[in-house]
Write a protein that binds this ligand. Structure first.
Ligand SMILES: [Zn+2]
Ligand SMILES: [Zn+2]
Length: 159
């Protein structure tokens, strides 16, 4: 039977899901964040499909490593890094707390705004500045590595 809600994947799929998540995440040594190398949504949250259900990787990580998500609670990032799925950077909060924190994002966070690339890599560790068309751009080297690897995998698959 196909589960209707993501909660139904636990605990039966816990170990399998945990391995799947871990195999596609990379630990950022600067922050301890586990950063998703797969698809991100437009808000920067990692996305994964579990039993045909699309869900956030942080929710999936909570279910796989920590346990249930009681109704009325949501999984929130202590590290403020949306692409992170380190289960110990996550906590359960009420929807209200989560909304309030969202409004303060970038103000109260441990890391100042603009410290991370879209995938959540700490710029202090991974970035270089490059001249491009007359202006300077900050490039994330960790993201570049992920892109290069994905590109090579595509070539291998095609060949
Ligand atoms: Zn984190
Ligand atoms: Zn990056």
């Amino acid at each position: 039977m196909t589960p209707r809600v993501i909660e139904e994947i636990t605990p039966r799929y816990g170990v399998k899901l945990a391995l799947r998540l871990a195999s596609r995440a990379e630990e950022d040594r600067a922050t301890g964040c586990w950063l998703w190398t797969g698809r991100l949504d437009q808000h920067g949250y990692g996305k994964i499909k579990v039993n045909n259900i699309h869900t956030g990787t942080h929710r999936a990580a909570w279910l796989a490593y920590r346990g249930d998500i009681p109704s009325g609670l949501v999984v929130d990032h202590l590290c403020r890094n949306r692409a992170c799925l380190n289960p110990w950077h996550l906590e359960l909060v009420t929807v209200r707390v989560n909304t309030r924190r969202g409004a303060l994002k970038g103000v109260v966070g441990k890391w100042p705004r603009g410290s991370f690339c879209i995938r959540g890599h700490a710029y202090s560790e991974h970035s270089v500045e490059r001249q491009h068309g007359g202006y300077t751009r900050r490039i994330c080297l960790a993201c570049e590595r992920i892109r290069t690897r994905a590109h090579k995998a595509r070539i291998r698959a095609a060949g």
